[in-house]
Write a protein that binds this ligand. Structure first.
Ligand SMILES: Cc1ncc(COP(=O)(O)O)c(C=O)c1O
Length: 371
């Protein structure tokens, strides 16, 4: 049994949500809830079904949940249709899991470095960080496929080892997988939770990288011992995710073109990755080391001369180029001299200009240090 956070003792399903789930039954007169009059909702009937402007189910639109569940089951994940929640971005999923499992002092295992905004959430709830190999952890958070910030992808053996370790120690595995569709080389990327039958796990993905981040939509599934509590926590946060966003995403994923879209996306970003890799070699080849990522959106650089890249940022921004100092992605002591560079957003001309500026700044800083 997972160890829930103390705040979960007071967790109750909202009676309002329970009542709202029956008010649209045919013939039902509802004095419950605060639903606006249907006739007074904006008339967008040409574009969307009018009921999408009313409140909806906390778990998400059934058709979208079904579409997500089918895809997850095809990857081997134990995700029945009714064990999927649509999230307001997968960032929300991190908050829900932290609320469910993290109290001040809860031992939380993370990769080093790892996703900055996950650290921020876990820290907010009082997590005490440790590394992924620690069997005393209650929760292990991992981005095994094209990680943010490193772009790394765990091998099949590492995936099997993490699944076994979590199962043996009773650690809840939280697999965060927003980048899996952005694969540019053939690598192992089967969800780890697919190996975790009978154990406690959470898996989430996002429509931000495959479709549009402004719609704020992600999805989550979890083992049966965790799922209902996650739904209640979701109810308490925002009742449900935007129904318009869900309809837009549902139309996109149901369109026969979705698979082609994912292929086009991967082809487009693969070309950007390769171009960026060449530019990195041209400008930073003598200053930094990196591995070309097999997917995702980032290059992770380690400078040969370990200057703290946080101290470079102001000058870089003043010169017209922004980057993420790698030091920010560490739970504890940061490794100095690291940086995360996104390659998906800039076209070739901008990438060329930006990397030339960055390389000059780094070279200047190193020269100033050795003077
Ligand atoms: C590892 C990881 N998880 C979650 C998110 C949040 O994504 P969203 O809330 O847009 O789904 C991101 C965004 O970059 C991410 O890199």
């Amino acid at each position: 049994m997972p160890t829930f956070s103390d705040r979960i003792d007071g967790l109750r399903p909202s009676p309002i949500r329970t009542i709202l789930s029956v008010v649209d039954r045919p013939g039902m007169v509802s004095f419950a809830g605060g639903l606006p009059a249907t006739t007074m909702l904006p008339d967008w009937s040409g574009s969307f079904a009018p009921d999408l402007l009313q409140y909806g189910p906390s778990e998400g639109e059934p058709a979208l949940r079904r579409a997500v569940a089918e895809r997850l089951r095809a990857l081997g994940v134990d995700a029945p249709d009714d064990r999927v929640i649509i999230l307001s971005g997968s960032q929300q999923g991190i908050d829900l899991v932290a609320k469910l499992l993290v109290d001040p002092g809860t031992v939380t295992a993370v990769e080093q470095p790892t996703y900055l905004a996950a650290l921020q959430v876990f820290r907010f709830y009082g997590a005490r960080f440790t590394d992924l190999a620690d069997p005393t952890a209650s929760l292990a958070y991992a981005v095994p496929t094209f990680a943010n910030p490193t772009g790394a992808c765990m091998s099949d053996a590492a995936r099997a080892a993490l699944a076994d370790a979590c199962r043996d120690s009773g650690t809840v595995l939280f697999e965060d997988d927003p980048y899996r569709e952005l694969a540019y080389d053939a690598v192992d990327r089967a969800p780890i939770v697919a190996r975790m039958h009978g154990a406690s796990w959470v898996y989430q993905g996002s429509f931000s990288k495959t479709f549009a981040p402004g719609l704020r939509l992600g999805f989550m599934t979890a083992s049966a011992d965790l799922f209902d509590r996650l739904v209640i926590l979701k109810q308490a946060v925002d009742l449900h995710s935007s129904r318009l966003s869900q309809q837009i995403v549902l139309d996109a994923v149901s369109d026969g073109d979705w698979t082609d879209r994912l292929e086009r996306l991967a082809d487009f970003y693969r070309a950007r990755r390769d171009d960026f890799d060449s530019l990195l070699t041209r400008y930073l080849g003598d200053l930094a080391d990196w591995r070309r990522p097999s997917g995702g959106l980032f290059f992770w650089l380690t400078l040969r001369d370990r200057i703290d890249t946080r101290t470079l940022l102001d000058d870089a921004v003043a010169a017209g180029v922004a980057f993420m100092p790698g030091e920010e992605f560490y739970a504890d002591e940061p490794e100095l001299g690291t940086m995360r560079l996104n390659f998906s957003h800039s076209d070739s001309a901008d990438a060329d200009r930006g990397l030339a500026i960055l390389a000059d700044l780094i070279a200047e800083r190193i020269a100033a240090r050795s003077r």
